[in-house]
Ligand binder design. Structure first.
Ligand SMILES: Cc1ncc(COP(=O)(O)O)c(C=O)c1O
Length: 373
């Protein structure tokens, strides 16, 4: 029996800080002592360490995961009118970056089990104006990259992987982010690897692509004062780099703990016939940025769990084609039925490396009690 009156935060960022406090405090103090706020050795060390951890040849750090997508698209030479296929169910960064880079967003439905882009549905929306695909490894589950790359190669398209939620996820032992022309990452504080503010990066195996991305992110010049093109200012700052350097060595252990938490949830909730549990495709390593369940009476369930001290989150309440900013596209609500279904049913329950076994038991108990009502 789980203890009553226990609070279960959705994710416990403060606990993560407490666990690493001496190292984090020292890293932050050293940046301040040296006034090493922009670029410098900490940023370079992080870029090298992150590339190595992701099995990538190059890492270009930047200000956040949204800029990361934008920077990759500009470096790929996106032109006005170029169509880019993105999932209808993702965080808006994936699509807004396409528009910001001058392209045309084309939504595509997701798979009913993995919640990632459906290769069969991608084939249906490819036109002669399509230039690329941005699969999102949503909630930490890898998209079907072998099929997507096959399709892209057949049609001469590039692929940029949105890995914002999927650091270290794998397909048959190969890391996500190593399949496409570039992979974009977010280090938003709540991500599997999170900074203490906004931060992001792009990885690639292509040296030319890495150079173009670094140049664009730094006002169009790799060397100060030497602007080969006009760019933007999108930098990982020294404080965030120092923080990420402390956290990165823990990412593999944190991921393993997330996987253990997910297994415990799945075991404890498998009898609840009214609850959809997340599916995992054969041969993939899911990194559980979010553990997302589904049910008909979502609002009642949220209120019930809140009453038991358990925080939840809806990611996301609307599929992208249902947002006011995309109303001009004229999509019917059921244009992307799986995305629509997920948007109306999804509920993320507490998930982090810091959650205790007692808290996990309290979440399972809370869900079972709702089922017994
Ligand atoms: C799928 C996805 N793409 C892109 C982003 C953008 O990252 P950021 O918040 O660092 O700009 C996020 C994070 O919120 C995300 O979840």
């Amino acid at each position: 029996m789980a203890p009553s009156g226990m609070n279960v935060p959705f994710a416990d960022l403060h606990q993560q800080y407490l666990n690493l406090r001496p190292e984090l405090d020292a890293a932050i103090a050293s940046v301040i002592a040296e006034s090493a706020f922009i670029r410098g050795p900490r940023v370079e060390a992080f870029e090298q360490a992150f590339a190595a951890a992701m099995d990538a040849r190059h890492c270009v750090s930047c200000a956040n995961g949204t800029d990361a997508i934008y920077i990759a698209l500009v470096a790929l030479g996106l032109k006005p009118g170029d169509e880019v296929i993105v999932p209808a169910m993702t965080w808006i960064s994936t699509s807004e970056a396409v528009t910001q880079a001058g392209g045309k967003v084309v939504f595509c439905d997701i798979d009913s089990i993995t919640y990632t882009l459906s290769p069969a549905k991608i084939a249906e929306v490819i036109t002669d104006r399509t230039v690329g695909i941005i699969p999102v490894h949503l909630y930490g589950h890898p998209a079907d990259m072998p099929e997507i790359i096959d399709l892209a190669d057949k049609h001469g398209l590039w692929v940029v992987e949105d890995c914002a939620q999927a650091h270290l996820a794998e397909i048959s032992g190969r890391k996500v982010g190593t399949f496409g022309a570039a992979a974009t990452f977010s280090f938003y504080p709540g991500k599997n690897l999170g900074a203490m503010g906004d931060a992001g990066a792009v990885t690639t195996a292509d040296a030319g692509m890495a150079r173009r991305m670094a140049m664009f992110a730094r006002h169009g010049g790799i060397r100060k004062g030497d602007h080969e093109i006009e760019g933007i200012n999108s930098r990982l700052d020294g404080l965030q780099a120092a923080i990420l350097n402390v956290k990165l060595p823990h990412l593999a252990d944190w991921t393993a703990r997330r996987q253990e938490v997910a297994e415990t949830y799945t075991r404890g909730l498998s009898d609840l016939t009214w609850l959809d549990l997340p599916g995992v495709a054969e041969g993939v390593s899911h990194v559980w940025h979010l553990y997302v369940v589904g049910c008909d009476r979502r609002d009642d369930l949220i209120a019930h769990l809140k009453g038991a001290g358990i925080q939840t989150s809806v990611n996301y309440p609307r599929a992208l084609h249902q947002l006011p900013c995309y109303a001009h596209m004229g999509h019917a609500p059921n244009a992307f039925p799986e995305a629509q279904k997920l948007a109306t049913r999804n509920l993320a329950i507490p998930m982090s490396a810091e959650i205790s076994n007692m808290q996990i038991a309290a979440v399972i108990d809370g869900l079972q009690r709702f089922g017994a009502q």
